[in-house]
Design a protein around this ligand. Structure first.
Ligand SMILES: Cc1cc2nc3c(=O)[nH]c(=O)nc-3n(C[C@H](O)[C@H](O)[C@H](O)COP(=O)(O)OP(=O)(O)OC[C@H]3O[C@@H](n4cnc5c(N)ncnc54)[C@H](O)[C@@H]3O)c2cc1C
Length: 701
């Protein structure tokens, strides 16, 4: 491609790209094809044009050029003029040239397939969905007014405040709401946009583009893990699957005893957890079991393994089982009680200023203490930018564990542990095909937790849960041996139930930055215990599917054949366990990132003190999952909200009792009312059971 301003494709590239899309999603002969499922090609759905747009406008230049050079190689081999069988061979030959070529061909394949199965046509539905009886969208977005008015910069802007909070997710949102409600002046800077019920159209691909970091599931730099995190006002708490799990007592004890987080293992922290569970309306009244959850229960009952109903932060009076399944694409009902509906609303109501589409580039430090941040606002309509400078004595880094270390590194603060200890709860999926439709889109995406193996080895283990249906993603990650085989699998997807397994990782990965300061993530899965648990977790999910009556069982692997009932299950398990985990093998995912700027007592191995303030920079606080000393071992939302509430207390104390350096207060100096140091109250006086009326004791470990 010549670099002459706005990029375009040459005719030969365009024809090759179209032929390539029609190779991955091809017209294949099939005797029984009433919906035209097998006859439909990617180009019947306008995918080549969408793919071209994506390559030219969404990808960084180096990635785009890399993918187009693969297209050029295929063009040179005459791909566009060949029949399907030859095109398939060419694709495999090009993928075999080098690992980079394989990664590039995989990326093109996944994009073409995701667009084919995820994009609605002019009727608002995708024709493939009919075959699965997938009814999306089940309702139009309601005309719900927006209740927060973000500040929109009019040119370059400088703002002064007490505290600036960077990131508005599960951690940052809580700190903003707690401090604003206690009378402090707060400014929240969020790089994502502001969306509410009126925007949520129940489309998967729209959600990835608008609500998720880096446009949805994206690979780590080593290609080992597919990472996913929210990037929107409300962060992960807006898109997550609502599973509201109380932190584990043994993990709390480690954090207190081994990492110096005093009070984590006492009633003092219970008071934070109880207050969080009450504020987010955690309850089990909405935890309906859809097909996949019924299969999970069937399997667990048959095998005698412990399964518990999950508590969800879904308000029962607004819950609608027909629409709850779309939570990850934004909740139209308004039932989901993430930080947008709770603490961020509190912050706005108390006069806190919120800016969206505002990415913080760096924290400004003078003589060892924070003086504010420098950020860039981007107008979503025009793309024009404005510099935003916030002057503040306290800065909370709450960008999530994938981005907080990058912010610290760009700012040159945090010490040697910044970006180390990235825990991911490495996950993978196992699917079962059943005789009947499973309706995985109905009811909550995650309504149960199989915790039989949660702490099987010295406190480490894995859990099994349900997942949200995401058919574009599923199609893109499904086995692709050839076009006909992929179609055969996809035609049955309506009858599939998928489980996800989540390893409590002892090992970790890293976050670094590239030459322009963007985050670079790696995760080797090199800890012996983690590798063993990853394999055992796959075996557990296979046995669950078999016990529940699956006719076929699929591992999340690009090449592995499924098990079919009647075949040797033990041989299938052995084959699955022989697959490498990560790049080129069994797909690894992570929606739970933690620990990359962790709290602790030692500045050599931790970034923040046990109260949340940086060891090396007064007035900078870690307010998100990156503060976790280890992984949580359970879905992290309630843990991070509770820890953030605790940190808000220490920060409020620092505001109330400024010192020479205005640094961390001495623990125990707090006074006042509701269990948060500095925000008032004696934490010991809140009995945990009273403070959490909605949560039955059986969901509390
Ligand atoms: C699909 C999915 C399902 C999940 N399901 C569950 C579940 O059911 N239960 C559970 O407990 N957990 C779940 N999680 C995980 C949970 O949501 C996260 O662990 C949690 O939200 C992390 O909180 P955080 O504050 O660390 O970061 P986030 O909530 O991710 O918030 C970080 C925010 O910072 C913003 N940001 C980043 N960099 C900058 C910058 N430089 N400037 C300004 N803003 C910035 C981001 O845009 C983002 O909005 C799920 C996550 C996902 C993605």
């Amino acid at each position: 491609m010549t670099d002459t301003g706005a990029p375009t494709l040459a005719d030969g590239q365009r024809q090759t790209l179209a032929a390539l899309a029609d190779t991955f999603v091809a017209a294949v002969a099939h005797d029984d094809d009433p919906d035209g499922f097998f006859a439909r090609r990617a180009s019947d759905l306008g995918v080549p044009e969408a793919l071209e747009q994506y390559l030219l406008t969404k990808l960084p230049e180096d990635q785009r050029d890399g993918l187009l050079s693969l297209v050029d190689t295929m063009a040179a081999l005459g791909l566009a003029n060949q029949p399907l069988v030859t095109r398939q061979v060419i694709v495999k030959v090009v993928a075999g040239i080098a690992p980079e070529a394989r990664a590039g061909v995989d990326a093109l394949r996944m994009l073409a397939i995701m667009l084919s199965y995820g994009t609605p046509d002019e009727t608002g539905r995708n024709p493939f969905w009919k075959t699965w009886a997938y009814p999306a969208p089940v309702s139009a977005p309601p005309e719900t007014p927006k209740t927060i008015s973000p500040v929109v910069p009019d040119g370059d802007t400088t703002i002064e405040t007490d505290v600036v909070i960077v990131g508005s997710g599960s951690g940052g949102g809580v700190i903003a709401g707690e401090l604003a409600a206690a009378g402090h002046d707060v400014v929240v800077l969020e790089m994502g946009g502001y969306f509410n019920e009126a925007d949520f159209n129940q489309y998967e691909l729209w959600a990835y583009e608008n609500l998720y970091l880096n446009g949805g599931y994206f690979p780590s730099a080593d290609g080992n893990v597919s990472l996913v995190a929210g990037s929107v006002l409300g962060g992960g708490s807006l898109v997550n699957w609502s599973n509201s799990v109380r932190p584990r007592p043994d993990v709390r004890k480690w954090w207190a005893e081994d990492h110096g987080l005093e009070g984590l293992d006492t009633d003092e922290f219970d008071a934070h957890i109880d207050a969080v569970l009450e504020r987010i309306s955690a309850n089990t009244d909405c935890s309906d079991f859809n097909g996949p959850h019924q299969r999970l229960r069937d399997g667990a009952e048959k095998l005698g393994w412990h399964l518990r109903t999950a508590a969800l932060n879904v308000a029962p009076d607004r819950y609608d089982a027909d629409r709850c399944g779309f939570t990850g694409y934004g909740d139209q009902t308004g039932a989901k009680q993430g930080t947008l509906k709770t603490w961020l609303q509190d912050a706005a109501d108390a006069g806190g200023r919120i800016l969206v589409r505002t990415r913080v580039e760096r924290i400004v430090v003078d003589d060892g203490r924070a003086t504010g941040v420098e950020a860039t606002y981007t107008d979503p309509a025009t793309g024009t930018t404005a510099a935003v400078t916030v002057k503040a004595r306290h800065v909370v880094a709450a960008c999530g564990s994938l981005e907080t270390p990058a912010l610290l590194l760009r700012s040159g603060i945090g010490g040697p542990a910044v970006g180390q200890n990235l825990h991911l709860h490495p996950s993978t999926v196992v699917g079962g095909m059943y005789p009947q439709d499973q309706q995985s889109w109905w009811g909550p995406p995650q309504a149960a937790i199989l915790d039989e193996f949660a702490d099987k080895d010295d406190g480490f283990g894995y859990i099994i849960e349900g997942i949200q249906h995401s058919f574009g993603l599923l199609a893109a990650t499904a086995r692709w041996k050839d076009a006909a085989d992929h179609k055969e699998v996809m035609a049955k997807v309506g009858r599939s139930s998928w489980f996800v397994g989540i390893v409590q990782d002892r090992g970790s990965g890293t976050v670094a930055t590239d030459e322009v300061g963007n985050a670079v993530h790696t995760y080797p899965l090199d800890d012996e215990l983690d590798r063993r648990h990853f394999g055992e977790m796959i075996e557990t999910m296979i046995r669950l599917q078999e016990a529940a009556g699956a006719e076929e069982i699929y591992l999340g692997s690009p090449t592995l054949d499924p098990w079919r009932r009647g075949e040797d299950l033990e041989a299938f398990i052995a084959t699955c366990l022989a697959e490498p985990a990560g790049f080129g093998g069994t797909a690894m995912f992570s929606a739970h990132q933690m620990g990359s700027a962790r709290m602790g007592t030692d500045p050599a191995t931790s970034v923040a003190k046990p109260n949340g303030e940086l060891h090396d920079t007064a007035g900078v606080w870690i307010g998100d999952t990156s503060a976790f000393p280890t992984c949580s071992g359970v879905n992290p939302m309630v843990s991070v909200m509770s820890l953030a509430r605790r940190t808000a207390g220490y920060l409020a104390d620092a505001l109330a009792h400024p010192t020479d350096t205005d640094g961390a207060p001495v623990r125990g100096e707090a006074t006042g009312g509701d269990g948060v140091p500095g925000l008032g109250g004696d934490p010991q006086t809140v009995p945990s059971d009273q403070a959490m009326p909605n949560v039955p004791t059986e969901v509390r470990p």
